[in-house]
Design a protein around this ligand. Structure first.
Ligand code: HEM
Length: 430
């Protein structure tokens, strides 16, 4: 019997004989490529297959056949995220850097940046503490009011037509506008803010013909200007609170961390909104409730975090020294991908087979020192809930304009979100 680092026996899901990788080399013949298209529509099948074959920690290949470990078990993901002395965030300790080309597609996520994301120990506590306190001071009622205004304005732009594609015209736009406003930028209608929102979208999620690098540089220049402006005339916003925090972060650090906050908020919250709308519009259990307005929205939001969580897999952690996990030998510098979606559906925590959604013990916001900073999930909940409730109130007979099986997921193993969410409804006046 093998023992995982958490002390759990892994006999049930133990890898078949011969599948054990050579020490320190996760790129053994059984490693599965995460970049292929095969499982991108049905990642739960991939997690099931990997778990059956490899147990709770599976050898996988990232783009370009770069080896890594995918941590699939609830207990193992909790262990990795809870032990930053063993599994840490600074990607510069990766033992695969000599094999990584400069234009590697995952570089934006693993290339070291001087932001809170890659800091460790006391430096992380200092940076994350400033973000936490700046977010904690956001008034949730005021945020709900702000989101309602943004939602109303977005709905006004398509309500008269009787149809909309909610992914672009609503779910992505709303959290971006809300977070930019929380950071102290002027509201909608300001060309400056609209440019920032557009450039953020391009830099996070470039479409064909976009130039994400140029867009990112414009975002950085705009945030630098925001920080300079708020230094001379602070207000009641996240940026000003970060600038006046006693930890005394430099302007360069604040620019990096503001971009991280905005980017970290946008994509997952947008996909949380869209995945929840999809559930409400396709699952019979919610049909009656939806037509009644708000009932069921909270339940659907929570169910999505268990079953279709926006950040399915997250890169990651890097082993500080040789260690064991899930019966595997992990070598110093190995990369571990946090399999958040797989952990949420781990059969060891759902022995009956059916995944429930009664509580919020999922790992969708991760765990431990680097988890999504405490007030952020609450703010994301206010944004997502207000977005969905306002839409259902304004367009009470909204339905999908395609069959549910025609909806397709974005071809990504990292973010779980739809390519589009087309709907129709009775045209409504402003
Ligand atoms: C207002 C909305 C949000 C804000 C401001 C926000 C902010 C952040 C920040 C600053 C971090 C970096 C933490 C660190 O490294 O110390 C982070 C990490 C993370 N966030 Fe959020 N976030 C938001 C919404 C969400 C949502 C909706 C999800 C998913 C449902 C999510 C999932 C995560 C995950 C998985 C991480 C990585 C944690 C890790 O490394 O273990 N976040 N978030």
């Amino acid at each position: 019997m093998t023992e995982s680092a958490t002390g759990q026996p892994v006999t049930d899901d133990a890898p078949p004989p011969g599948a054990t990788p050579p020490p320190g080399c996760p790129a053994h013949p059984g490693a599965v490529s995460l970049s292929g298209l095969e499982f991108q529509q049905t990642p739960s099948e991939l997690y099931r297959a990997l778990r059956r074959r490899h147990g709770t920690v599976a050898p996988v290949l990232l783009d370009g056949d770069i080896p890594a470990w995918l941590v699939l078990g609830y207990s193992e993901v909790s262990y990795v995220t809870g032990h930053d002395e063993l599994f840490a965030r600074d990607s510069r300790r990766w033992n695969q850097w000599p094999a990584i080309p400069p234009d590697w597609p995952l570089m934006p996520f693993v290339g070291h940046q001087p932001s809170v994301l890659f800091t460790e120990g006391t430096e992380h506590q200092r940076r994350a503490g400033v973000i936490t306190e700046a977010l904690e001071a956001v008034d949730q009622f005021e945020l709900a009011q702000l989101c309602r205004e943004i939602a109303e304005a977005l709905i006004d732009s398509f309500a008269g037509s009787g149809q909309a594609e909610l992914m672009t015209s609503y779910a992505h736009a709303l959290p971006m506008r809300a977070v930019v406003r929380l950071c102290g930028m002027p509201g909608g209608g300001s060309g400056d803010t609209d440019d920032l929102v557009r450039d953020l979208r391009i830099s996070l999620d470039a479409a064909e013909g976009d130039d994400p690098v140029a867009a990112y540089l414009r975002v950085q220049a705009r945030i630098e200007r925001l920080v300079k402006d708020k230094r001379s005339s602070p207000g009641s916003d996240i940026t000003s609170r970060m600038l006046t925090h006693p930890a005394g972060l430099s302007d360069v650090e604040i620019v990096q961390d503001l971009i991280t906050v905005i980017a970290a908020a946008q994509q997952p919250t947008a996909n949380w909104i869209c995945n929840t709308l999809r559930l409400l519009l396709t699952d019979d259990r919610f049909a009656l409730n939806v037509s009644g307005g708000r009932i069921g929205v909270g339940q659907a939001l929570n169910e999505v975090l268990w079953l279709d969580t926006p950040t399915q897999n997250f890169i990651g952690r890097w082993a500080v020294r040789d260690t064991q996990l899930g019966g595997r030998q992990i070598m110093a510098g190995d990369c571990l991908v946090l399999g958040l979606a797989a952990a949420n559906t781990d059969p060891l925590i759902w022995p009956g087979g059916a995944v429930g959604a009664e509580n919020s013990a999922h790992l969708s916001f991760s765990n431990g020192e680097h988890r999504c900073p405490y007030p952020a999930p609450l703010l994301a909940d206010v944004i997502a809930r207000t977005a969905i409730e306002t839409l259902l109130e304004r367009l009470p007979d909204v339905v999908l304009s395609v069959e549910p099986h025609e909806l397709s997921w974005r071809p990504s193993i990292w973010m779980r979100g739809l390519t589009s969410l087309p709907v129709r409804f009775t045209p409504a006046a402003r």
